[in-house]
Design a protein around this ligand. Structure first.
Ligand code: SAM
Length: 233
């Protein structure tokens, strides 16, 4: 079946609504291929319609997520949400906005559900109980992100129909946690006049005291791998 590029003559006349065919979408995105495959690169489709470009960018990013982070379900989940959070769109017609959000959600959810099933099959094979992750909560969060990223408004005036400004959310998903080990006695020294020699001190305004250099700075790591820092020297 051919692609539907026009919904009605009226919409073409009033809003210039002619959707871009997949072939052109692919050709244009191929010109910035590296960016479309970089999970955290941000894209804005300022007259997004049903999301012709955003959909394809999401597909490409999800392939990158699968290739780079497909070994652990927790990683796939995190990076696939990150991928969704980088996509922004505006359209003047509310029905297009709804369809665009839904299209992106379906593309993400199909990939996500496949990964959930893959993870559960792996656990079953290893005779381990399936992890009780809250997949539906995760789905809800993705819908929430899309409700903030794909907005109805005028991309020329940059306002909603009621005249309020279009506001985009920037999502940063800090996932790393860092462990630093301090000697108890040195920490107390920081409040004293007498400081131990041979230690580097930094002033911490929040506690109004000098803080010693940590004994060891562990490399920042994924929070789900925190216990692994115990194996480090
Ligand atoms: C040519 S279509 C392109 C849609 C989509 N980008 C694509 O490539 O399939 C133009 C879209 O811009 C929307 N549009 C028209 N005027 C607009 C404006 N001032 N602000 C935001 N969107 C607008 C229309 O509703 C329509 O969906």
């Amino acid at each position: 079946m051919g692609e539907r590029q026009v919904k009605s003559k009226e919409r073409v006349a009033q809003h210039g609504e002619v959707f871009t065919a997949q072939r052109e979408v692919n050709a244009m995105l191929d010109m910035v291929q590296d960016e479309t495959e970089r999970i955290e690169s941000r894209f804005l489709e300022p007259a997004c319609g049903e999301g012709a470009f955003l959909k394809e960018i999401l597909r490409r990013k999800l392939i990158a997520v699968r290739q780079q982070h497909g070994r652990r379900h927790a990683d796939f989940e995190f990076y696939s949400i990150l991928a969704v959070s980088t996509l922004y769109g505006v359209d003047i017609l509310a029905d297009n906005v709804e369809i665009c959000r839904e299209n992106l959600y379906q593309i993400w959810n199909e990939a996500y559900t496949a990964d959930v099933e893959k993870a559960n099959a792996r656990l079953k094979k290893e005779r381990r109980p399936a992890a009780e992750r809250n997949n539906d909560l995760c789905r809800e969060n993705v819908r929430f992100i899309l409700s903030k990223n794909i907005l109805c408004g005028d991309a020329l005036t940059m306002k909603h129909a009621d005249g309020s400004p279009i506001i985009f959310a920037e999502w940063s998903l800090p996932r790393q946690i860092q462990r630093k080990d301090y000697a108890f006695d040195k920490l107390l020294d920081g409040h004293n006049e007498q400081l131990s020699m041979g230690t580097t001190w930094t002033y911490d305004a929040e506690i109004d005291a000098l803080v010693p250099a940590p004994l060891h700075e562990h490399a920042p790591c994924d929070y789900t791998r925190l216990t692994e820092t115990d194996g480090e020297v």
